[in-house]
Each structure stands twice: as structure tokens, then as C-alpha cells.
Ligand binder design. Structure first.
Ligand code: SF4
Length: 461
């Protein structure tokens, strides 16, 4: 697997140490983005922020977050999807406009950001970043006399794409989800404190109790009046990203009420039903494929073994974007257990094949460590179409399954056999109304021509 997660967001309302609480939840969301981290806090008088490049632990020293005292805060971990990997594009984005301060933290991708930005620039707006999120800030600033919830709703009616979006002013915290619900956003409670987070594992990290998800097209506003729900868009079926189940989310998170580990185990079971093979052991690519491998092994009655060990201490060498650094990262990331693999017929379960380089390397690693046969089983369908909703695969040319048959891919990755879970098998486990666009090419939100990771840079350079 060499997809990169998008971003993670967290927000805390009505807690004396809101900034520290948000930082703790960002630790739980670190898997969703490792390039930059940031925090914005309000003490009721002003909104202040701190952000930096690197992991949460690198960005927030103890002294720094003591300076950011306040009862409400939002935070963000980022892997760049639109906009280059630069500090100016790190979030939360903190701006000042005629109504005061505003911080924004966004997970997802706005597919019409380029068109909106062109229009706003023609009308006089000056942008400071190449991130799509800044478009929302400009729209809110132009909303005239509307108060913040109304202004935010008016802005969101103009943007298209995927978002789990947190916004913080001096006296309110707003949490909005796109009308298709492509990115997840949950609400938890900790006494009177309200917590928002991309995943429920971040609620658990604070000891907060899951209350409910922000509904697709809904904006929940925390303020002096308590929690108020605004319906920005009418209800429609949720198109939650299938890849959140397959790979992105942490196994201890729940999505749409389903535990991610349990779902992945079921995917492994379904994969065995569709593509059984005689073998001596099953192993999974750590960490995201362990659950699916366990499900496959259980269904097959073949022992699950630890065949691969992940080096957890590589740090940022691995997680920076760019193909060169990715290839280097693959070589450093995994090691195989020769004593487990030698002379054995191995079922290797992975959650997906995107560019193919990682799979080829791992299959070779198992062979070099003595595996007699390597049967690759993938717990998702072939990834053939780019994602425009906040995942780092914008070009079809990068996708090994685009335009290739399974046998061609098998030869490329060097496995003895290869099988993918079918789309029907996947939907049977995760439920029907899901975004499956990277497997099917059917995008739940229309993609304007020219949309891509650096579409805004192309515009401004
Ligand atoms: S295209 Fe794929 S990765 Fe992107 S949101 Fe849809 S299911 Fe998720």
C-alpha cells in the first residue's frame, strides 16, 4: 500500500485546557497526516494559532502550548492533497476579517477551488496560501452582514467536494461535513465538553463518549446557546469513502457505527471465499492489513503468522511525499522473518495495490527470505481511478491497475498468484451507499477538468 492519508481534524469546546486536549486527540489522528500539525485556540477575546512542519510531538513543545490557553480549540494534522507541502499551507489556517478572528481546519479536497479562487481574485481577493481551504475563508469574509453560522452555510453552498471542516471564532466552534459525507466527522462528549474528531479513536484518547456523527450536509455549531444543528444541504445517502474502512482509519475507530477492525476481518473472510488457495501460512502487511489477514486465515483454517515486521522509527524519511522518498521508505520500512517463511507457501494479504512498487518489494522480500510460494490477496478491488476527494493519487498514470488486467499486475509484482476482492464483496461488508470511485470511476461529486493536487500552484506560479 502506498496511498497517503489525507488529514485529520479535532476540536474541543468548553474545556479549560482545550488546546492540550486537542493536541492529545491529534496524537490519536497522527496516522492521517504526518507532514504538519497545528492548533488554534480562543480565550473568548482572540483566536491564536501555532503550526509547524513535522509530527505532533515535534511541533508542540510543552511551553508552546501553555501560551495557547483557552476554552475552545481546533487542530489539524496534514498530508498535502491540494497545495504543496509548505508551512504556509499547514493548518489551522488563521485569518482576521471584519467580524474578528477565524481558524479553519479541513480534511478533504474542494474540487471547484480553482474556479472559485479565480473568481475571487478577479474580484480583488489576495490569497496567502495555495491550499483550497483558504477559498472558504474568503467566501465567509464576503458574506456581508450574515452572522458566522449563516456566513459559513452560505460559503459551503458554493464549494463542491469532500470536507470535514472545523471552524473556530472567538465565541463559536463550527463542524461541517460535505453533503455526500465522503470524509468522516464524529462528535463526542466529556461531561459538558464537546469534542469533534475525524475518527472515534481520538474521542477515546480523551475519554470522551461517542455521541453521534455529523450528518452529511450538516453543520453543528457549539456556542453560548449550546449545540445547534444547521441543515446546509438536504439529507441524501452517505457516500463515505470506502478506503476509510479498507486502509485509512485506525482499527480501533468506528465508522458509521461499524468497528474498522471487525470490518477488515470480514473483508479478509470474504476474500478467502472469493479467492481460496492452498498454503502453509497467512501473513499480513503491517499495520493496516493485519485484520484482513487474520480474517482470511480464520476462514481458511490456515495459521496466521507474523511474517513481516515494521520498523516504527523511520520517522519522516518515509512519510514525505514524492516517489524517490517513497521508494527509499519502502526499503527501510519492512523486514521479513526468515524462520517463519523459509520453505513455506505463503498467503500475503494486503489492503490494496496502488502504485505497485510496495507490493513488488514485499513479494521479493518474502522470496529473499525463503518463501517457496507467495500468493498475494488484496482485500479491496483494483484501484484504477484517481481520487479527487483528499487522497494523494491524482494521476491515472501512477496507478498500476489502470488499464491493466489482474494477470499483468501479477507479473509486475512477481507473485505466484494474485486476486482482489470484488466490488460486490466489498460493498456486502461495508454497506452500499459508499464512495467507490477509485474502483469504479463513478464519482459521487462531479470533478471539474484540471482538478489535481497542484492545481492551485499552477494557477499562481
Ligand atoms: S475515490 Fe476512493 S479514496 Fe477517494 S474518497 Fe472515493 S473511495 Fe475514498
Amino acid at each position: 500500500m502506498s496511498l497517503r492519508e489525507e488529514c485529520g481534524v479535532a476540536g474541543v469546546w468548553d474545556h479549560p485546557g482545550a488546546g492540550g486536549q486537542v493536541i492529545n486527540s491529534l496524537y490519536a489522528l497522527q496516522h492521517r497526516g504526518q507532514e504538519s500539525a497545528g492548533l488554534a485556540v480562543t480565550d473568548g477575546r482572540q483566536v491564536r494559532g501555532h503550526k509547524g512542519m513535522g509530527l505532533v510531538a515535534e511541533v508542540f513543545s510543552r511551553d508552546r502550548f501553555r501560551e495557547l490557553a483557552g476554552a475552545a480549540a481546533i487542530g489539524h494534522v496534514r498530508y498535502s492533497t491540494t497545495g504543496a507541502s509548505l508551512l504556509t499551507n499547514a493548518q489551522p489556517l488563521v485569518v482576521r476579517y471584519h467580524r474578528g478572528g477565524l481558524a479553519l481546519a479541513h480534511n478533504g479536497n474542494l474540487v471547484n477551488a480553482r474556479r472559485l479562487r479565480e473568481r475571487l481574485e478577479e474580484e480583488g481577493s489576495i490569497f496567502q496560501t495555495t491550499s483550497d481551504t483558504e477559498v472558504v475563508a474568503h467566501l465567509i469574509a464576503r458574506a456581508g452582514d450574515r452572522d458566522l453560522p449563516e456566513a459559513a452555510g452560505w460559503a459551503l453552498e458554493q464549494v463542491e467536494g469532500a470536507y470535514a471542516l472545523l471552524m473556530l471564532s472567538e465565541d463559536r466552534l463550527l463542524a461541517a461535513r460535505d453533503p455526500a459525507g465522503i470524509r468522516p466527522l464524529s462528535i463526542g462528549r466529556l461531561g459538558d465538553t464537546v469534542v469533534f474528531a475525524s475518527e472515534t479513536c481520538a474521542l477515546d484518547a480523551l475519554g470522551a463518549v461517542f455521541w453521534r456523527d455529523v450528518a452529511p450536509g450538516e453543520m453543528v455549531v457549539a456556542g453560548r446557546e449550546g449545540l445547534v444543528s444547521y441543515r446546509v444541504f438536504p439529507p441524501r445517502p452517505t457516500n463515505l469513502c470506502a478506503f476509510e474502512f479498507i486502509y485509512f482509519a485506525r482499527p480501533d475507530s468506528d465508522l458509521d457505527g461499524m468497528n474498522v477492525h471487525a470490518v477488515r476481518k470480514e473483508l479478509g473472510r470474504a476474500l478467502f471465499q472469493e479467492a481460496p488457495v492452498e498454503a502453509d501460512l497467512v501473513t499480513g502487511v503491517p499495520d493496516s492489513s493485519i485484520s484482513a489477514a487474520a480474517g482470511y486465515a480464520e476462514a481458511a483454517g490456515i495459521p496466521y503468522e507474523l511474517g513481516l515486521v515494521k520498523n516504527r522509527y523511520i520517522g519522516r524519511t518515509f512519510i514525505q511525499p514524492g516517489q524517490d522518498k517513497r521508494s527509499q521508505g519502502v526499503r527501510l520500512k519492512l523486514n521479513a522473518l526468515r524462520k517463519v517463511l523459509e520453505g513455506r507457501r505463503v498467503v500475503l494479504v494486503d489492503d490494496s495495490i496502488v502504485r505497485g512498487t510496495t507490493s513488488r518489494h514485499i513479494v521479493q522480500l518474502l522470496r529473499d527470505s525463503g518463501a517457496r510460494e507467495v500468493h498475494l490477496r488484496i482485500s479491496s478491488p483494483p484501484y484504477r481511478y484517481p481520487c479527487f476527494y483528499g487522497i494523494d493519487t491524482s494521476a491515472t498514470s501512477e496507478l498500476v491497475a489502470a488499464g491493466r488486467q489482474v494477470e499483468d499486475i501479477r507479473q509486475l509484482v512477481g507473485a505466484d498468484s494474485l486476486a482482489f476482492l470484488s466490488s460486490a464483496g466489498l460493498l456486502e461488508v461495508i454497506g452500499t451507499d459508499r464512495c467507490m470511485a477509485c474502483f469504479t470511476g463513478e464519482y459521487p461529486v462531479r470533478i471539474p477538468a484540471g482538478t489535481g493536487k497542484h492545481s492551485l500552484e499552477e494557477r499562481v506560479c
